[in-house]
Design a protein around this ligand. Structure first.
Ligand code: HEM
Ligand code: FPP
Length: 308
């Protein structure tokens, strides 16, 4: 009884309610689930960069810095895209279209969070990681969001470079230099991004058409997009062989990635035959499971090879 009263009083107190809502809204600007998966790939990059365990302080400050920078980029994207987002059913309820956060508040949040992230990387990790993370931040927040997204149906292919950076950033945080193997991890995510996004886009193309965004299914139709999902899937499968062929990863990786790839190919072929929203959304969901498991497999393989 006592507890229920406290909860009711707090929830009906406008000051308290306002405060709680604001925190949620700022968090809503950060695309937390996407950033969480990016941090998984960055953490794996950190582990693969060394034969020992990576230093705890580098892992902590590195992941925090990369996470803050990615959240900042996501918040800028919400500001840049606010008029697009209010026209699309999927994004209509984001903090800016709902009027929960003003664009100045969102920009200030992005500036504070982004500066903290980059400063942390520069001072507590290493300058190269800070520069590369800043380049990814600008790549997504400015080059992709402000320009490419509205300019060309190849928007997400080029923009994918920024999204693919986290494993490289994690690697550089530990090694301090750019090494070829780290680029392989980036290449895998780069080739994965088009099937990841276009499968969602097939299901949501009317949203994008309404908002006037030139996504591939809007400009070139379903069939062209279905074909390109299959082609990029084949490219992605090829890139996933590189860690094994370059002897960065061993047999456990090869076995795991073959199973994951078989399922990805099965979804791509299903979507090729049937571009219904149900099938393409199922492929989109699998693409997320796939990228998480692929990085877990890379990690397991790394320690199996080292310790067995
Ligand atoms: C430029 C490249 C990318 C594009 C264009 C893209 C596009 C999208 C879109 C439109 C969504 C739906 C978001 C929503 O409904 O709010 C999404 C969801 C998601 N993406 Fe991507 N993505 C990209 C890169 C990545 C990368 C690199 C990762 C992780 C390594 C990732 C992980 C995820 C996850 C986990 C979700 C699900 C989020 C949720 O359920 O709220 N994406 N992506
Ligand atoms: C520093 C660093 C690693 C930066 C990467 C930043 C980052 C969070 C990239 C996310 C990629 C993503 C979810 C794109 C969605 O496309 P969209 O914005 O067109 O999709 P929407 O329609 O859902 O807004």
């Amino acid at each position: 009884m006592q507890l229920r009263e406290t909860v009711t009083v707090k929830a009906s107190n406008p000051k308290h309610w306002h405060f709680v809502t604001h925190w949620r809204d700022y968090l809503g600007l950060c695309k937390l689930k996407v950033v969480a998966v990016m941090l998984l790939t960055a953490a794996v990059g950190m582990c693969l960069a060394t034969v020992q365990l990576p230093p705890v302080a580098t892992v902590f400050w590195g992941l925090l810095g990369i996470g803050l920078a990615a959240s900042s980029a996501a918040a800028v994207n919400h500001v840049v895209d606010r008029h697009i987002d209010e026209k699309m059913a999927r994004t209509r309820y984001r903090p800016l279209p709902r009027g929960k956060v003003s664009h100045l508040q969102a920009l200030s949040f992005a500036a504070i969070v982004g500066s903290c992230g980059i400063a942390m990387l520069a001072l507590l990790v290493n300058p190269l990681t800070a520069w590369l993370t800043l380049a990814s931040l600008i790549g997504y927040a400015i080059i992709y969001s402000l320009w490419l997204k509205r300019a060309t149906p190849q928007n997400i292919v080029i923009g994918g470079i920024a999204g693919a950076a986290p494993p490289l950033l994690g690697w550089v945080a530990v090694s301090g230099t750019l090494e070829p193997h780290s680029l392989l991890l980036m290449l895998i995510i780069f080739a994965w991004t088009p099937p990841h996004f276009w499968s969602l886009c097939l299901a949501r193309k009317e949203d994008y058409r309404k908002a006037g965004v030139p996504m591939l299914p809007v400009t070139h139709g379903d069939h062209y997009t279905q074909l390109h999902i299959v082609l990029y899937t084949l490219l992605m499968i090829t890139t996933t062989a590189l860690p094994y062929l370059s002897q960065m990863s061993g047999l456990p990786y090869l076995i795991g990635v073959c199973l994951l790839n078989l399922r990805f190919l099965m979804w791509a072929l299903r979507v090729y035959r049937d571009a219904s929203p149900a099938t393409s959304m199922a492929m989109f969901r699998y693409s997320i499971t796939y990228i998480m498991l692929l990085f877990v497999v890379l990690l397991v393989d790394h320690y199996v090879i080292l310790w067995v």
